[in-house]
Design a protein around this ligand. Sequence first.
Ligand code: SAM
Length: 311
Amino acid sequence: MATDARIERLREYFVDELSWGWGHQARAVFSFLLDAAEDCRGGAVLDAGAGHQRYRPFFDDECLYLTLEHPAGIDHKRMGAIDYDLLGELDGDIPLADGCLHGVVNTSVLEHLRHPERFLAEAHRILRPGGRLYTHVPFTYPEHEEPFDFQRPTSYALRSWLAEAGFVDVEIVPDSSNLTAAVSFVEDALRWDLGDTGHHGEHRRLSELTAPVLAELRRVGADLVGPGTRFPVGWLAVASVPGTLGPAEAGSRSDFLARYGRRAEPVGELCQPSTVDGFDGFTPTASTTSSSMWIRPDASADRTTSTRSRL
Ligand SMILES: C[S@@+](CC[C@H](N)C(=O)[O-])C[C@H]1O[C@@H](n2cnc3c(N)ncnc32)[C@H](O)[C@@H]1O
């Protein structure tokens, strides 16, 4: 059970350092992460498509937190200084043995996978019986990390993908109200349609005119998440592998990887098998030329500086 002090420390980190604020969407994502960490206590959890590992503090004290990234993503997002346990392609072959994890956490990644069903099948394979997948995926969020942005699944699509992969006890909830999503769209549309196209005067005039109304709509919308929610910012999904989770026994990071790590197929030219005998992860070559095939520098980042939380 997480202590009050730990929850408060995580809350401060989440609100202040990750800039999530504390509206409904933030609270929903926060509980989702706390639950995931608690469910995985003592076992191993894979942050699949970990990026800057912003949610690591939720897991570090509770379980063995493992990370996987795409080598080209590391190059292009300049994440070379960050350590990852595994390099590979989520919608290829995940380099872990069958049935070794308590949890797979996957936040703001599914939309970037060209083959999401392939990833879900892999997540199911590497989870233990009773293990869980925790996915946060945008539904009404602008295109980002183009051109590697492939879908915004409806809750029905997500449910059907999860069922097809063999998951049971699927729970999918909206992370925000319709109003929260709508307000962000109006603000973004004004900026992109007017500000970014040189209509600065018109942008300023309409922004000033709408600001008080949008602020009020945002305030009211912060707590209106319910059955009428049809276009939230995203979905929070939890799904289980059938069975009962046995006792936790993750052990140390090196023992776990030596026991359950598998050699992955090299990903393009970027991923080189380690020369160490036995599994020891993969080392990316920092080749910016070949990695440009995969993820462009995040040119969309400037465009999306809005009141939205970064999904
Ligand atoms: C929007 S970021 C989210 C990062 C992190 N999960 C978070 O919530 O902060 C998407 C991440 O998924 C990674 N990614 C995209 N496609 C991938 C793939 N096919 N295999 C592995 N990682 C992938 C990218 O490199 C990027 O770091």
